[in-house]
Structures are given as C-alpha cells and as structure tokens.
Design a protein around this ligand. Sequence first.
Ligand code: HEC
Ligand code: HEC
Length: 341
Amino acid sequence: MNKIFVFSALLIIPLLTFSLTSPAKVEVVEAETGVYDLLLELGTAPYDHAGSFTDKQRQMGEDIVRCGQTIGPDGKMSSYVSKYYVCTTCHNLDQEDPDLRISDPEARLPYVKSKGLPFLQGTTFRGIVNRESWYNDDYVRKYGEEKIGKAHNSLRGSIQLCAVECSQGRPMEVWEINAVLAYFWTLQWNVGDLDFSEADYQRVNRDIQNASKKAELKDWLKTFYLDKSPAHFFDAPPDKAVGYVGLKGNPDTGRDLYELSCLHCHKPEGVSHYVLDESKLSFRHLYDKIPRDTHFSLYQIIAYGTYAIPGHRPYMPHYPIERMSKQQVEDLRSYIELMAL
Ligand code: HEC
Ligand code: HEC
C-alpha cells in the first residue's frame, strides 16, 4: 500500500512541476498566441525575466506603474516609489508605433494622436517583456557599462534603475519589482500584434511541425518586431537662431507635439513647476529663449533635458532622436513662432 503511494507520488510530482513552470505548448499559431510562447517552442532559451505570476501580483504591479503605490503583502499601503512622478509620466502602456519593426518618431506622432496617447521620452511598456536589452546604444555609451550593465542586460535591473535614477525615487523592493514584471507580462506582444499575412500564418503553422525548420522560423519571427528600443542622442544646432539647417517647420505638426508632449508634463497641476498653456504668455516666453544659450531654449531642453540637483529633484529627461526628430523640433519651433507673434 505504502509502496504504491510513494510510487505514484514520485510520478505525480514531476508532472505537476512540469505543468506549473512550463508555458503552454504551442501547437497551432493564432492571433492570440504569445510571441514569447512561440519563441520558446522554436527553441529560444527562456528569458531571465520570465516566471509564473499571480493575478494579485499583476494587479499590484499595475497599481505601482499607474499610481506609484499599492497595498503590499503586509496588507499596508506602500510608500510612493517616487515623490515626483509615476511611471506613466514618461512611459505609455499601449502600442505607440504603427510598424513594430521601426522606431520612427515621425510615424509615431500621428499614430499616438489617433489613439489619444501622449508622445513621451520613455519607450512604451507594451512589448517591453519581448525586448532582449534595455537602455541601449547611447545610454550605454553615456553612463558606461559599469553603471548601466545591470539594466542593459536585465529587465529587472532596468526597472530598478529607472525607479531610482529616472524617477528620482527610492529603490524598489523585490516584491514590487516582481509585481511590475507580472504586470509587464500582461502587455506582451501576441502574434496578432505583428504584421502577419495569411501566408505568414500558413508558413508558421506548416514549418512549426518540422524540427529542422525551427531555427530559421525563429529568426524570421524576430524580423516582425524590434527586440530592443534604439536610443541615439543628438545635439542642439551650433547656431540656435538658424536652427537645424535645411529643415522647414510645419506648425500643425508642432501643435501636436506641444499638446501631446510638452503639455503632458507642463500643464497646470502637472509634474513641473514650469507651467505652459495655450496663452500668448507661454508662447512668448518660449519664443524669446529659442536663440539663447539657456536650458529654456527649445533646442537645449529637447536635446539635453535638465538634471536633478540636490534640493530640486524633478528634472526633465531629454529626447533621443528616436523619440523626437530634428524635423519635429523645427515643427515645434514654427508653431511657437506662429503663436507668439
Ligand atoms: C521622468 C521620466 C521617467 C519616469 C517617471 C520613469 N521612467 Fe522609465 N525610462 C525613462 C527614460 C527616459 C528611459 C530611457 C530608455 C527608453 O525608454 O527609451 C526609461 C527606461 C526605462 C526602462 C527600459 C526601457 C527600454 O526598453 O530601454 C524600464 C524598464 C523603465 N524605464 C521602467 C520604469 C518604471 C517601472 C517606472 C516607474 C517606477 C519608470 N520607468 C519611470 C524615463 C522615466
Ligand atoms: C515627462 C515630463 C516632461 C515632458 C514631456 C516635457 N517636460 Fe519640460 N520639464 C519637465 C520637468 C520635470 C522639468 C524641470 C522643471 C521643474 O523643476 O519643474 C522641465 C523643465 C523644462 C524647462 C526648463 C524650465 C525651468 O524652470 O528650468 C523647459 C523650457 C521645458 N521643460 C520645456 C519643455 C518643452 C518645450 C517640452 C516639449 C517638447 C517639454 N518640456 C516636455 C518635464 C517634462
């Protein structure tokens, strides 16, 4: 009797752990299939930031991202991660690029406008679990592998770096980071978010049955989206009165930038003391500073932002070229000129 019990327990335990930790096996690829599940099926090594999470964790994570705090495992309201911002001050939660293969701010602007989303310096959290590196390119060059290495190669590390540096907040506790990750997994790309044609679905459903085709299929799948958010910095023009040579601003696009980006933070009751609105006063102030050597100049503030200093922590992140193009800076300038005069 005992022997039979032990024997069946031995059999059941591995079965149980298997079904708890391994993702659903992908047999038929449909719009709802998770891109990560499909990658695993095609032989990708599991991501460090993958795991099994509970609904409770997902809810806590969403609270932290949207509101900066949540009711923790001890049943008490946690303190704010940052006194100044919430994550959504600088990051969207929805798709913001019409084509997931390209990070282009000029294509992004009309797209976010049509969805009623702001246009921000930080990359969207939608699909962030599908990326394989974070704080890329010039962020690594600027801050050095030493400081940024842990964030560049790890989503957990990025969450922590951003809580402390970008949001000028406190370090997050392990349960908080796990909660945010749990929430991030609800924002992963599904195959339906990729630009798949009928023929693409047929190809993947045919070749997935064929072990020798899997590696090729994996590489092909990854051509449908960016597995990192590129970030390159740019400089203010040498002569601010002249601006970026050869580009003529479009004030209609400039208005969208002003409303969807600048006002997101500078509206009354926003995160900045420097309040902007649609009044002549706001536009005149910005207009007068454009050619000057001051961080109030559009060229300066967009390319370099401001820094957190002791005694005054809120600062403005700069825009990498993938988050605002030089053409768009000129568009904004032409709108401000139009409204100031
Ligand atoms: C004041 C603005 C600001 C706030 C607030 C902020 N971030 Fe960020 N975050 C950035 C910027 C700028 C980057 C630079 C990289 C990028 O997103 O392109 C970044 C990058 C990240 C990245 C890496 C993204 C990537 O793909 O490179 C993660 C993860 C992240 N932030 C998480 C958070 C979380 C979680 C919070 C809230 C606790 C938060 N951030 C709050 C500005 C901010
Ligand atoms: C993610 C939030 C955010 C966005 C978006 C943003 N800013 Fe800022 N900006 C800030 C914060 C925070 C400061 C720091 C000033 C403060 O202490 O309130 C700042 C500072 C500035 C300053 C210097 C003000 C001073 O008192 O030193 C200017 C000028 C400025 N921003 C213009 C802009 C313009 C123009 C845009 C749109 C292209 C823009 N900002 C977009 C958050 C933002």
